[in-house]
Design a protein around this ligand. Structure first.
Ligand code: NAD
Ligand code: UDP
Ligand code: UDP
Length: 336
């Protein structure tokens, strides 16, 4: 790649589910990628295939501590994303979102790098407005078990906007809605990984509550395409941009779809609904569509096929499965 367009890009949380796909795409484009991760929920295995590439570098580092490197762009993805994971050590979750954002924004300010903040649909909380548009301020419980994540991410957005207004930083905020695909951790407790692993094992699929709550599931390749468009955009929107697949589905129907697509004989078992679990969630993606020309292309069925195939391979490979069992995956928090 010509030196003029080849960039030095920092991806925090680069060994996680989304981060590893992003690193892969950036390396494939010929950029120099620095992947920073403390391996709290991510794994070296997710980026093992990139380690021999001269354009890729992996650094163990916790973003709650300062980081002095020279880069042109920063994707700030470091933060556990599964409710089970982020509630395991809620104080560390808030520190990662808030101190992590301060450090990455401070770094961006020093080297005048562009920064993309991975925010979340959780900033809308248990939304009272539907579908969620970016100008909706949200309905978040500030003291509940989810608030370490919700409020941490909201504060990170505040910091991004204040560095923009106060220091003229080039920041871009993407509010990511539920995304799934290969390299999700099989035991991360999120609904798609849980359902697929249960369906493959022939165990009952655990639907929380009565399963009427809804989510929208975006396939990972579509989301990564959106993040890269947002970073590349010459005249980015000043505020946040939603990214997700607007096809809304209940958790009960999701369970039925997974069972059918996996060709499984599993049944469905109902379990208590976690505290503050949002009832309905669906993104309005008009802003991403008009400003970035972005829209997701992968249907839920196609995405599930690829994800089921990935987990099937994982289960078949006993050595990998044993390693993953041994990994430090936080135990479910109280209430789960
Ligand atoms: P993930 O848990 O697979 O990845 C997060 C990565 O961050 C892991 O590799 C983890 O080890 C690393 N990390 C955590 N704390 C860290 C710290 N203090 N310092 C350095 N690294 C740290 O989750 P994901 O699904 O890949 O999510 C990535 C980002 O996208 C997160 O910021 C998350 O909030 C956001 N997001 C994801 C989704 C989704 O559905 N996947 C939805 C909304 C927002
Ligand atoms: N920081 C960093 N890398 C840098 C520059 C700054 O990690 O290259 C961190 C540093 O810890 C600092 C934070 O970013 O506390 C915020 O930086 P800023 O310049 O905004 O504020 P200050 O240094 O005045 O606290
Ligand atoms: N859920 C479920 N069974 C599971 C895991 C999750 O029914 O085994 C539900 C959960 O209660 C929520 C939805 O699926 O309503 C999505 O949960 P997830 O943890 O994947 O993400 P969230 O959108 O809640 O952050």
């Amino acid at each position: 790649m010509k030196e003029l367009i080849r960039k030095r890009i920092l991806v925090t949380g680069g060994a996680g589910f989304l981060g590893s796909h992003l690193c892969e795409r950036l390396v494939m484009q010929g950029h120099d990628v620095l992947c920073v991760d403390n391996f709290y929920t991510g794994s070296k295995r997710n980026v093992a295939h990139l380690l021999d590439n001269a354009n890729f570098e992996l650094m163990r580092h916790d973003v709650t501590f300062p980081l002095y490197v020279e880069v042109d762009e920063i994707y700030n993805l470091a933060c556990p994303a599964s409710p089970v994971h982020y509630q395991h050590d809620p104080v560390q979750t808030t520190k990662t979102s808030v101190h992590g954002a301060i450090n990455m924004l401070g770094l961006a300010k020093r080297v005048r790098a562009k920064l993309l903040q991975a925010s979340t649909s959780e900033v809308y909380g248990d939304a009272r407005s539907h579908p969620q548009t970016e100008d909706y301020w949200g309905h978040v419980n500030p003291i509940g078990p989810r608030s370490c994540y919700d409020e941490g991410k909201r504060c990170a957005e505040t910091l991004c906007m204040d560095y923009l207004r106060q220091h003229g930083l080039d920041v871009r905020i993407v509010r990511i809605f539920n995304t799934f695909g290969p390299r999700m951790h099989p035991r991360d407790g999120r609904v798609i990984s849980n359902f697929v692993m249960q369906a493959l094992a022939g165990e009952p699929l655990t639907v929380y509550g009565d399963g009427s709550q809804t989510r929208c599931f975006c396939y990972v390749d579509d989301l990564i395409d959106g993040l890269m468009r947002m970073m590349a955009c010459a005249t980015p929107p000043t505020g946040p941009v939603n990214m997700g697949n607007p096809e809304e589905i209940s958790m009960l129907d999701t369970a039925r779809r997974v069972i059918a697509q996996a060709g499984s004989k599993s049944t469905i078992a109902f379990a208590p609904l976690p505290v503050d679990d949002p009832c309905r969630r669906c993104p309005s993606i008009e802003r991403a569509r008009t400003l970035l020309g972005w829209t997701p292309h992968t249907s839920l069925d196609a995405g599930l096929d690829a994800t089921i195939a990935y987990f099937r391979r994982l289960v078949a490979n006993r050595a990998d499965a044993a390693n993953m069992q041994a990994e430090r995956v936080p135990a479910p928090a109280a209430g789960f």
